[in-house]
Design a protein around this ligand. Structure first.
Ligand code: MGD
Ligand code: MGD
Ligand code: MO
Length: 907
């Protein structure tokens, strides 16, 4: 979404779903996983909206939807691509919106070649490295509109006139680790910069304009192809396509809702791109009852990407600097300085961040301590780090609110990693498998790990729960809500804020007086938070105010527009600036809904600037008038000379709709009065992404890494940019293998929570869902001799696990191309060895293969075999799994005792 619209967050808010005329829930089990927000879907339905659930499984969401579409997992690009084709070939797009607000008119350069002509590859693919060079995806530029010919390769920012620098730049661009340290995740709050204005054809007739390129690209996605690939009957597909198009346009809007049923794929980012393209063509973005609602998972997972726990991001989606590319603040900001759109002010956001962290020590002379920020040198994402642990390259690890031994793909790999550390700190509410692996890991029973020989020293520290501490949660709709502390944490339990504050304090005390330059970053930190109470708890409100930022007058900033790049302002996360405006904790506002309109602007505070629906300038036509009375939301008030409406306008308040930016204008000054996507360099929604994505400018259907069928479209089977880890502990099931003939998908139950520590430890929830089970259709049960309530063993190239069998018609076999029947197995992933209800972990069956844009693993689809009865025990288990590997022609997966092996080169 960041690449298409300019920001990564959900575009609308859950209450706004009540305004939808049609809601498509696809890749989400909203009723069971987001029950509170689901009330607004029911509200819409009560008002007459059509609700469609597209999901391989029939769930409680399907039960209350008007239509349930069982789809083969991993095929949504084909399904949505079918709708795009339906829209484009029947002229059902919202043409006025498309021409004005998307990049449909931009003209793609002559060098671009589509997958349709290269059997599944776009131009620019390098088979050696598996990476694309984006140069041939660029637009033709208007002459004199900027640095034409600028290709924005990694290393740009090096002086072009300096031959040594140019050589260095070339070397950097070729360096594998530089390419791997992809910038693609950095576009969560701003699309990649464009350095020249594209040539446009407003009639959309030019054969190389985006509209025509898109039309050709999706032409093959007919209802019949959708049926062949997805297993959805053409009539059912057409029912959905009709509902969606009839409920879009001036008078009506359709909303799309997804969650991890879409992100957990090797093409996950492109799933969301497909929906983003479709919603843009239908004119549903920035409008009430429209948009794309990304339902986030954990209570503050949106917050943990905004103020990130990710290796390649700094707060507010600023990219993490790279050791080779970004020697100085100038290098770091080079690509964005001078860009059009709000990303053009990146330097002000960065300098304010540095001033927040290092205060008076950060000066113009020392580059505001830019050198203090640790730099990345390659891919340091979670799974790479675990692979390095297995290889013995990582001495220590902090696990704070995470249980990878159960929750991450390939549980064996995780546990081999943990067993090869020197030390491990675990902070959790419960004793989890990731802390007790040295005695509870299944590998102890098989003999691959030996308790006495594991060298990892585990420091377990009990953590305070959400009710035992204060602070904010940022929820799925970018809304920050303040929580007050209800009770004191018991015993030694402490908040995470307490832990890091005192850890920092103690480290600084130990280093006090040091003259070693490497200690300066720690010693110069602003670490002066007030504390209170017996437990010496730091003030969470002081932290929130620091995040908000402070101006030269010592008062809280009212928003990021006030941030300066001269060191006179601070701010720990630019997109959150405004949450403490007027010295008020805006996240703590609780004016009841009945005292406000449905937007409820005085409940909590949403980033950016308390805007609840993003890009809402698009709810008005180019002249600034609402598209219709029924869907009016934000509009231009000519008399007042400003934008007004139900929400805070996501636009400069007094910029006229007919404003034309002067030539050469930069940052927001370069955005025209009719350009709603203000974070984008051209102010438009991107139907075609000339940069910013690792695997192509347009989405296209690839099979999952593990699939029983061939790609019906191309010779290229799976995402060519896929990220893999090759090692004995991570073997893949070959595509179309008879040894692993069934598809499985993993998911959550209402009664349990994620890796289980917060639910398997509770008697009531454990009683409601007492045992690990898998769901199979009656047809598959017959095919494999499985009994309802009996045991089954599931086998992949990683491991074999056992579970109870639930035979149910909610799982439906699907008929694909040539009548080929595919069976899907549903597996909840909540179980492990600790707690009241215990069982094998679904993740022991999963391998690690990842999306190249965001390094997210393919949790939602893989293959396996299923046999009646329990699995072998002890040393017989790895032998059993090895037998399947041998039959499938997969390399050996045998691990040495203690499990220390290096990652292998790709054969
Ligand atoms: N009760 C409960 N609530 C939770 C959680 C919990 O553990 N328990 N976890 C929270 C967290 S962390 C998260 S991230 C969210 C997740 O919320 P959801 O994403 O709704 O949860 P899942 O059950 O993982 O999967 C969603 C659905 O996607 C479907 N699906 C899988 N693959 C595909 C596909 O290729 N295409 C389509 N169209 N559908 C597919 C699955 O069948 C499943 O029904 O839930 C949050 N809420
Ligand atoms: N196969 C498969 N695997 C999946 C998924 C899937 O759909 N299929 N879903 C994935 C998704 S979306 C997610 S989010 C992950 C979740 O995976 P994990 O994050 O590894 O699992 P959780 O059980 O949610 O772990 C959170 C831990 O934090 C602890 N905790 C709760 N509150 C606090 C706190 O305030 N402080 C501290 N220090 N600890 C706290 C809890 O006790 C719990 O043990 O699982 C992923 N794994
Ligand atoms: Mo999640």
């Amino acid at each position: 979404m960041g690449t298409t619209f300019g920001r990564g967050g959900a575009t609308n808010f859950q209450q706004d779903l009540a305004n939808s005329d049609c809601i498509v829930i696809e890749g989400s089990n909203m009723a069971e996983c987001h029950p509170v927000g689901f009330q607004w879907v029911m509200e819409a339905k009560a008002r007459g909206a059509k609700v469609i659930h597209i999901d391989p499984r029939f769930t409680r969401t399907s039960a209350v939807s008007d239509v349930h579409v069982p789809i083969r997992v991993g095929t949504d690009i084909a399904f949505l691509g079918g709708i795009i084709n339906h829209v484009l070939s029947n002229d059902l797009d919202f043409r006025e919106y498309v021409v004005a607000y998307t990049n449909a008119a931009a003209i793609v350069g002559e060098d671009f070649v589509d997958t349709e002509d290269l059997d599944g590859l776009f131009s620019g693919f390098d088979p050696e490295t598996g990476h694309y060079d984006e140069a041939s995806w660029q637009f033709e530029s208007q002459v004199g509109s900027g640095e034409t010919g600028h290709t924005d390769r990694p290393g740009d920012g090096v002086d072009q006139d300096d031959p040594a620098g140019a050589q260095e730049q070339e070397r950097l661009a070729q360096d594998e680790s530089v390419k791997e340290a992809d910038p693609h995740q950095a576009f969560g709050s701003g699309g990649p910069p464009l350095h020249a204005k594209p040539l446009r054809d407003e009639t959309l007739q030019h054969p190389r304009c985006v509209f025509q390129v898109l039309k050709r690209h999706f032409a093959r996605y007919t209802p019949e192809i959708v049926a062949d690939i997805c297993g959805v009957e053409p009539e059912v597909f057409l029912e959905v396509a009709t509902a969606v198009t009839e409920n879009s346009g001036r008078e009506r809007t359709t909303a799309w809702v997804y969650s991890v049923g879409w992100t957990h794929h090797t093409v996950g980012a492109q799933y969301i791109r497909t929906a983003a393209i479709l919603q843009s063509l239908l004119g549903n973005m920035g409008r009430p009852g429209g948009g794309i609602l990304a339902l986030r998972g954990h209570a503050s997972i949106q917050g943990s990407t905004d103020v990130p726990t990710l290796f390649n991001l700094l707060p507010g989606y600023l990219p993490m600097p790279h050791a080779l590319q970004h020697q100085s603040l100038d290098d770091y900001c080079a690509e964005n300085s001078g860009a059009i759109g709000f990303w053009g002010n990146m330097r002000a956001y960065t300098v304010s961040l540095l001033k927040s962290w290092w205060g008076d020590a950060a000066t113009a002379e020392n580059d505001y301590c830019f050198g203090y920020i640790p730099k990345i040198t390659g891919d340091h994402s979670s799974y790479r780090t675990i692979a390095d642990m297995v290889a013995g390259k990582v001495p220590g690890y902090f696990l704070v609110g995470e249980n990878p031994a159960v929750g991450h793909a390939n549980g064996r790999m995780q546990r081999f990693g943990l067993a090869n550390l020197d030390w491990l700190v675990v902070r959790d509410l419960q004793m989890i498998e990731s802390a007790s692996f040295w005695k509870t890991a299944p590998e102890i029973e098989t003999g691959e790990l030996v308790t006495e020989e594991i060298g990892t020293e585990v420091f377990y520290m009990p953590a305070a729960t959400h009710a035992e501490k204060e602070g904010t949660f940022t929820n799925t709709q970018r809304l920050l809500q303040w929580r007050h502390q209800a009770v004191q944490p018991p015993g030694d339990c402490r908040s995470d804020l307490w832990f890091y504050f005192h850890l920092g304090r103690i480290l600084r005390e130990k280093l006090a007086g040091s003259t070693d330059p490497r200690d300066r970053p720690l010693l110069d930190l602003t670490w002066d938070y007030p504390t209170h109470g017996e437990q010496v708890e730091p003030s969470a409100e002081a932290v929130l105010r620091e995040i908000n930022g402070v101006g030269p007058d010592g008062r809280a900033l009212s928003g990021y527009m006030d941030m300066k790049d001269d060191g006179s302002t601070t701010g720990g996360c630019w997109i959150y600036s405004g949450v403490y405006a007027d010295e008020v904790n805006q996240a703590d506002r609780r004016r009841p809904g009945r005292e406000q309109d449905y937007v409820a602007a005085e409940w909590g505070w949403a980033w950016p600037y308390n805007r609840r629906t993003l890009y809402n300038r698009a709810s008005a036509d180019p002249a600034g008038k609402p598209w219709s009375e029924r869907k009016k939301y934000v509009w231009w008030d000519e008399a007042a000379g400003r934008w007004t409406g139900d929400d805070v306008p996501d636009f400069e308040a007094t910029k006229r709709p007919d404003h034309v930016p002067p030539p050469g204008a930069k940052a927001q000054a370069g955005i025209g009065g009719a350009d709603p996507f203000i974070m984008q360099g051209d102010g438009k929604a991107w139907l075609f992404a000339p940069k910013g994505l690792a695997d192509g400018p347009m989405p296209t259907h690839y099979e999952p890494a593990e699939s029983p069928v061939e790609n019906a479209l191309y010779g290229v089977q799976a995402n060519p940019g896929i990220e893999e880890i090759q090692a004995p502990y991570n073997r893949g099931n070959p595509p179309t293998s008879d040894v692993y003939p069934y598809v499985f998908t993993t998911y959550r139950l209402t009664e349990h929570h994620t890796a289980g520590a917060m639910s398997r430890t509770l008697p009531y929830l454990s009683e409601l869902q007492p045992e690990f089970f898998v769901e199979v259709s009656p047809a598959l049960a017959t095919e494999r001799g499985l009994d309802n309530g009996g045991w089954a063993t599931l086998i992949s190239a990683r491991s074999a696990i056992e579970a109870r069998v639930l035979v149910t018609e909610r799982m439906r076999p699907l008929r694909l191309k040539g009548g080929r029947v595919v069976h899907q197995i549903g597996i909840p992933y909540h179980w492990g060895a600790e707690g009241l209800s215990t069982g094998d972990s679904a993740n022991d069956l999963m391998g690690v293969v990842m999306d190249p844009n965001v390094h997210i693993q393919e949790f939602k689809v893989a293959t396996c075999d299923i046999r009646p009865g329990r699995r072998p025990r002890g040393a017989a288990l790895p032998e059993y799994v090895e037998g399947f590997r041998r039959r499938a022609g997969v390399r050996s997966g045998t691990m040495p005792i203690g499990g220390r092996v290096a990652v292998e080169e790709t054969p």
